[in-house]
Design a protein around this ligand. Structure first.
Ligand code: SAH
Ligand code: SF4
Ligand code: F3S
Length: 477
């Protein structure tokens, strides 16, 4: 999963984000926007594009939906419970809308794309429904709603990458930021709704990506995470004049290198890598640049080749193991995390054991683990029966989670007694006497505040003890 934090997670990864109060970039209209995001980092990144588009039109942002003129909820469809959370949240907006009938309520993102105008029938308080490729149309759609109408734009695009839009950094620590490098997905994993909600894969112009990274660095940011559903298939062919120089296609390894060269002090991360596409060229690029973090999110989904085939993942168990071996060979210190689905259609007990043995093989640093949730319209929903009983899915999930917990602890224990370069991201959740930040491998590190260093500085931290999710240490000079 495209995720910022990395505990051993089981529930839905949806989470909330609230806009910080920000002033408009265009002429102020005094109108207030509230935006809340669910789902993956792509959605959080999109909300920053939405905020940018509306601030150009004079909107300011607010953290309190009750005082907002426009309330947006950027939604996720990945599992049924992700959608349920959004519906529950919409109910909570009802009383605010009753008090302020002029309030425009909009549903954005993947659920909007999946349900389209059906949303307007199902949820009476919703005024606008906007898919992920139609955000430029928002000012117009809000206007239609202001005039008393209800508006839908769920057109998907083959070109839209919002390359020219400078995202407004919402909820930012001023240190790390996401950069979308591509949109959509062409993979058609049979369980997955994303190709339907996000459309065809397209890559963004590398120059605009490098410029965004440079602008972030100039504004004091120290870490960027390049985002895409499958970053390894990034491919951009410049549309120059016929016969002009510089018409080489840029691949992901090359893009990574370009971003790493922005500044050695700017850390570069990326997510998500697809096992079928991750190349040795990417691994060598990582090993050459100190500022590319040694961490790869490589979702396995299942450790069994028959199940992987049903999932249409297009790799098998052996291929996956070979890719892990290549990572360990080329970047021995690399952290690896994964996503696992338990109880996919027709998965047997032995096949589930293959997932556990794959986990033993890799000993992931962390993992996002889910019980299979059938999504309407996907290949699996059309072709296969969702025939593993719910309690079996859950029991298998528990086994996976317990095993992962022991592996997370195993990995983190290896960090104790070693020195880690950590970017100070802020104060620890528990105490303002402690800083927190991540090491190269993306493990959270907590250590006592030292007045000589501030948020955004790199420090060397000696790991002294740990839990299964956090390394605890102290700064050494
Ligand atoms: N593009 C990324 C994943 C995006 S979705 C990739 O290919 O790895 C994030 C994760 O949600 C997936 O890796 C998968 O583990 C999980 N997921 C997707 N659809 C699901 C479903 N129908 N039921 C349960 N988990 C699902
Ligand atoms: Fe979904 Fe597969 Fe695309 Fe990931 S690669 S978004 S799991 S279809
Ligand atoms: Fe992301 Fe959820 Fe859409 S995981 S791409 S917001 S379905």
């Amino acid at each position: 999963m495209l995720e910022l934090t990395h505990t051993t997670k089981t529930q839905d990864e949806s989470r909330q984000g609230e806009a910080l109060d920000m002033v408009p970039t265009g002429d102020s209209t005094g109108r207030k926007l509230y935006i809340e995001s669910y789902g993956c980092q792509m959605n959080f990144s999109d909300s920053e594009i939405v905020a940018s588009i509306l601030m150009e039109k004079g909107f300011e942002t607010t953290r309190d939906y009750k005082e907002a003129d426009v309330v947006f909820i950027n939604t996720c469809s990945i599992r049924e419970n992700a959608e349920q959370r959004v519906r529950n949240r919409l109910k909570e907006f009802e009383s605010a809308k009753a008090k302020n009938p002029g309030m425009v309520v909009g549903v954005l993102g993947c659920m909007a794309e999946r349900l389209k105008s059906k949303f307007l029938e199902e949820e009476k308080l919703v005024d606008v429904v906007v898919g992920p490729d139609a955000y430029r149309d928002l000012p117009n759609l809000i206007e239609q709603a202001d005039d008393g109408g209800r508006a839908v734009n769920v057109l998907l695009s083959r070109e839209e990458t919002y390359a020219d839009i400078n995202p407004v950094r919402l909820n930012s620590n001023g240190i790390s930021a996401f950069i979308s490098i591509m949109r959509g997905c062409d993979n058609m994993c049979s369980f997955c709704v994303v190709p339907f909600t996000r459309g065809r894969e397209r890559s963004r112009d590398p120059e605009s990506i490098v410029k965004e990274a440079q602008d972030l660095y100039d504004a004091g940011y120290k870490e960027v995470t390049l985002l895409g559903q499958n970053v390894d298939s990034y491919k951009f062919k410049p549309q120059g004049e016929e016969g002009a120089l510089n018409q080489e296609t840029v691949n992901f390894a090359q893009l990574l290198e370009m971003v790493a060269q922005v500044n050695p002090e700017l850390r570069v991360r990326f997510s998500t890598s697809h096992p079928k596409d991750i190349t040795d060229e990417v691994l060598y690029t990582m090993s050459r640049h100190e500022n590319i973090c040694k961490y790869i999110h490589l979702p396995v989904q299942s450790g069994n080749s028959r199940v992987l085939e049903l999932m249409n993942r297009t790799y098998d168990r052996e291929w996956y193991k070979e890719r892990v071996d290549a990572i360990r060979r080329i970047i021995p210190e690399c952290g690896i995390s994964t996503d696992v689905i338990t109880g996919f259609c027709s998965e047997t007990e032995e096949e589930h054991q293959d997932t556990l043995s794959m986990m033993e093989y890799v000993k992931y640093d962390f993992a996002y683990m889910f019980a299979y949730s059938e999504r309407p319209g996907t290949l699996a929903a059309k072709r296969y029966q969702d025939d593993v009983p719910e309690e079996v899915k859950k029991r298998r999930l528990t086994e996976v989670v317990n095993l992962q917990r022991s592996h997370s602890l195993y990995r983190i224990e290896q960090f104790v007694g070693k020195v880690h370069k950590v970017l100070i991201e802020g104060f620890s959740k528990r105490s303002d006497q402690d800083y927190c930040g991540r090491n190269d491998q993306n493990t959270m590190v907590v250590f006592p505040v030292d007045e000589r260093y501030k948020v955004g500085d790199y420090v060397n931290v000696l790991g002294e003890s740990c839990t299964s999710a956090t390394l605890i240490g102290r700064i050494i000079d």
